[in-house]
Design a binder for this molecule. Structure first.
Ligand code: ADP
Ligand code: MG
Length: 442
């Protein structure tokens, strides 16, 4: 028997013993590497796999292999090397950035990089503008004014400019300051007669990042200082980047001349992420947290947590903690239970509702789509309805199948795959499915 054959046989037995869910999550990603004398070496994606298996099924793989080989076997785990190297590279880069930031007294989160920022329709424009500014500070959009709701990535994006600059332009003198801190510094400088020092600090930089500018509302001395700071920097062609929770015209009590300075360069907004972007963000964050999530769980979270990226992160952290505490695999049921608090109280979407919307959209009758008919006009809408049900209802595949006129779960899986494949290839089709999604869940 080759190594692959031995492993293949073991997989079948292991799946039988522990069930498909846990198997898919924890066993399937393992690869056999070598069998040398007694020692069987396995490669796992990361150390959590090794720990998890050793904790919960310490003898399972061993005994299965022994059963197949008819002799004693000891196991050795190896962490996938490519990933180890990649993780080391990223961590080293992060550490070095952290040190450089600290040495220069810049309080940026070193993890907020362009690499870690997922883009989609909702934030593409702001991200592209930020990147352009990071590449040529003071040259393109000045000031760059980024606005958007809470937890949508404003701080991340303006920090990414700073982190990119500290990595690639060593001699660029920059400062990052939340506007509240700026206000405190102004107040303190005035009180202690140190305004000259403040001016020197802020008016001699190449790049000034000001976060959450809306807090200068009503603060006249701060606004005055800010106005002259921006003017001076602008005239010297030094870059200013500002973030805000609303556009300049909606920041009420600021002076007109300051407002007009904010609007002089480019104004870019960040909207709440659309479904696909949420899915991509969850993928990325889960990978960063070393969380192993199945697609149905990811889709579930993306469908439920809609407006705020920070909350998406909160969800993942809680799920990770729950999984670590209980040792159970993360499935949709667990996600539902753990995420109750995050999920806005809203009526659950039913398959009936989805069918109704899909039928209206395609001009079909409910009884047609539920019948056994297989004509093309009906088959496609039915597949789309199954796909939408899987995304939106959190029902089991069997229940979805039942709701669609007694189809089995394999039919539902097939339908979802068809729709996903076509969405990936066909932009018009993708848009149509998105439209339906929004009709059902605005
Ligand atoms: P804001 O400043 O707009 O309130 P933050 O920049 O603090 O929001 O973002 C909140 C969290 O969400 C951060 O941890 C950030 O990394 C994350 N985040 C926001 N948008 C994205 C994105 N597009 N891709 C990856 N992470 C994001
Ligand atoms: Mg912020």
């Amino acid at each position: 028997m080759t190594l692959e054959e031995i492993w293949g046989k073991s997989l079948l037995k292991i799946e039988e013993k522990i069930g498909t869910n846990i198997f898919e999550l924890w066993i399937k990603p393992i690869r056999p590497v070598q069998l040398k004398e007694q020692q069987f070496t396995l490669e796992v994606p990361n150390r959590f796999f090794k720990e998890w298996i050793e904790d919960y099924y310490p003898t399972l793989i061993n005994e299965t292999l022994e059963g197949i080989l008819g002799r004693a076997v000891t196991l050795k785990y190896r962490i996938a090397e490519k990933q180890v190297a990649e993780i080391k590279r990223i961590e080293a880069k992060l550490e070095s950035r952290k040190t450089r930031l600290a040495n220069r007294g810049i309080y940026l989160n070193p993890k907020y990089t362009f690499e870690n920022f997922i883009t989609g329709q909702s934030n593409q424009f702001a991200q592209a503008a930020a990147k352009a500014v990071a590449e040529a500070p003071g040259r393109v959009y000045n000031p760059l004014f980024i606005y958007g709701g809470v937890g949508l990535g404003k701080t991340h994006l303006i920090s990414a400019i700073g982190n990119s600059v500290i990595d690639s332009k060593q001699d660029c003198n920059m400062l990052y300051v939340p506007s509240e801190q700026f206000t405190n510094e102004v107040v303190s400088a005035v009180r202690h007669g140190k305004t000259e020092e403040l001016k020197k600090k802020y008016r001699n930089v190449d790049l000034l990042l000001i976060d959450d500018i809306q807090f200068v509302e009503n603060k006249m001395a701060t606004q005055e200082e800010l106005f002259y700071t921006i003017n001076t920097l602008y005239e010297k062609q030094k870059q200013i980047v500002i973030s805000s929770d609303r556009p300049p015209k909606e920041i009420k009590t600021i002076t007109d001349r300051l407002r007009s300075r904010f609007s002089m360069g480019l104004i870019a907004d960040i909207q709440p992420p659309e479904y696909e972007t949420r899915v991509a963000i969850i993928h990325k964050k889960a990978a960063m947290e070393r969380l192993n999530l199945k697609d149905d769980v990811i889709n579930f979270i993306a469908a439920k947590v809609k407006t705020n990226v920070r909350e998406l992160e909160g969800c993942l952290i809680r799920l990770g903690a729950q999984a670590a505490l209980t040792g159970s695999p993360i499935d949709v049921e667990m996600a539902k239970a753990v995420l109750k608090d995050f999920i806005q109280d809203e009526k659950p979407v039913t398959t009936e509702q989805i069918l109704k919307t899909v039928c209206e959209y395609f001009g079909l009758k409910m009884q047609d789509i539920k019948a056994r008919k297989r004509t093309k006009e009906i088959a496609l809408p039915r597949q789309i309805a199954m796909y939408l049900s899987k995304q939106l209802t959190g029902c089991s595949l069997n229940d979805i199948g039942k709701g669609m006129g007694g189809k089995d779960h394999a039919t539902v899986i097939y339908a979802c795959k068809q729709v996903e494949d076509r969405k990936a290839k066909d932009e018009n089709f993708n848009r149509m499915v998105e439209t339906l999604l929004r009709k059902i869940k605005p």
